[in-house]
Design a protein around this ligand. Structure first.
Ligand code: BTN
Length: 331
């Protein structure tokens, strides 16, 4: 999409955000394009899973309107952040993770966050797609340079997960838990996922790309699917709080977490992890490329690896290619 198209779509979305009918003619006038061009832009927005009604003689309307992210508010809220103060709020992008990696390659920076209303190619862990309808959820990537070698970063995605869960638990009516290594759960259903990628291979400085997707009000279209049950944050936060307000609190929390991690590593997070883990002291199965291992989740190492009590004794698992599932005990 060209910049001009994006700007026109943004103008169109701002008009339709009020939830009222707007005639094709008035939209064409405001955008200074033809009615056919308006129709084409509308089709594009519909392809992003925005529900647009069109009624002959009345025009177009988004039922219920739209509550768009507030870029100005977000920039203001992050101005005192230590690790990332630059905020890019995008209407649509392939993936915030890829966007920020491209920016870094063009011109390295110290820290930056990219937030998008919509992703056309959102990526989850293990090459899975991350379904990213427009305006429905939270999708963001933080890129930071830390004076730590890659080997010191084993616990960073867990520390970010702990930070997210702690912030959310101040805002929600039901407890948000974490599932090793990278998920947030609400009532055992997936609320959010974290994808951390490290760029560069230096021993004493790393560039981290921390991607977070949080379901706010995820609704699937026909033909779409997500391979596990999911939960929505809007069901458990006060209706007074906007997506931007919640996001700002989460980002400030992550900034503080990065400072603590940089100073002391994962150690200060271990006790929080135990109290937040959905499966602590529970029977679980770990799936590895070599097969499955059954045991009880008994803790976390200082490098973020999981401790499992098995019939052969304590075994340690690093994230990566392994996955974890709660095990039912047959009586
Ligand atoms: C997971 O599989 O649980 C991790 C999901 C991470 C999704 C986020 S959304 C923002 C950022 N951009 C992406 O393409 N992926 C991450």
């Amino acid at each position: 999409m060209t910049n001009k198209t994006i700007l026109r779509i943004e103008a169109l979305l701002r008009c339709l955000a009020d939830g009222r009918f707007h005639s094709g003619e008035s939209l064409a006038e405001q955008l200074e394009v033809s009615r056919t061009a308006v129709w084409k832009l509308i089709q594009k927005i519909i392809s992003w899973q925005v529900n647009i009604y069109s009624v002959r003689g009345k025009g177009y309307k988004i039922p219920g309107g739209l509550k768009l992210l507030d870029a100005e508010f977000l920039s203001g809220a992050l101005v005192n952040n230590h690790h990332f103060t630059q905020v890019d709020v995008l209407t649509s992008i392939d993936s915030t993770a890829d966007y920020i990696a491209r920016k870094w390659k063009q011109e390295p920076f110290k820290g930056r966050v990219c937030i998008a209303e919509h992703q056309t190619a959102g990526r989850g862990r293990k090459g899975r797609p991350w379904v990213s309808p427009f305006g429905a959820n939270l999708y963001f990537s933080i890129a930071v340079q830390l004076p730590l070698g890659l080997s010191a970063l084993g616990g960073i995605s867990l520390a970010v997960g702990i930070s997210l869960a702690k912030t959310l638990n101040h805002l929600t009516t039901e407890p948000v838990k974490i599932k090793w290594p990278n998920d947030l759960l609400l009532n055992n259903q997936k609320l959010a996922g974290i994808l951390v990628e490290a760029i560069g291979d230096s021993n004493d400085s790393s560039f981290l790309n921390i991607g977070v997707g949080i379901n706010w009000d995820m609704q699937l279209n026909q033909g779409q699917s997500i391979d596990q049950p999911w939960a929505n944050l809007c069901d458990i936060v006060s209706k007074q709080l906007t997506r931007s307000e919640v996001l700002a609190k989460l980002l400030v929390g992550i900034d503080k977490t990065l400072t603590l991690y940089q100073a002391s590593g994962f150690t200060p997070f271990v006790s929080s992890w135990q109290s937040l883990s959905a499966l602590y002291m529970q029977p679980v199965t770990i799936f590895t490329p070599q097969g499955k291992v059954e045991g009880k989740e008994v803790g976390i190492e200082n490098n973020g690896a999981l401790r499992l009590e098995t019939i052969d004794g304590i075994q340690i698992f690093h994230s990566g290619e392994v996955s974890l599932r709660k095990r039912r005990i047959d009586r």
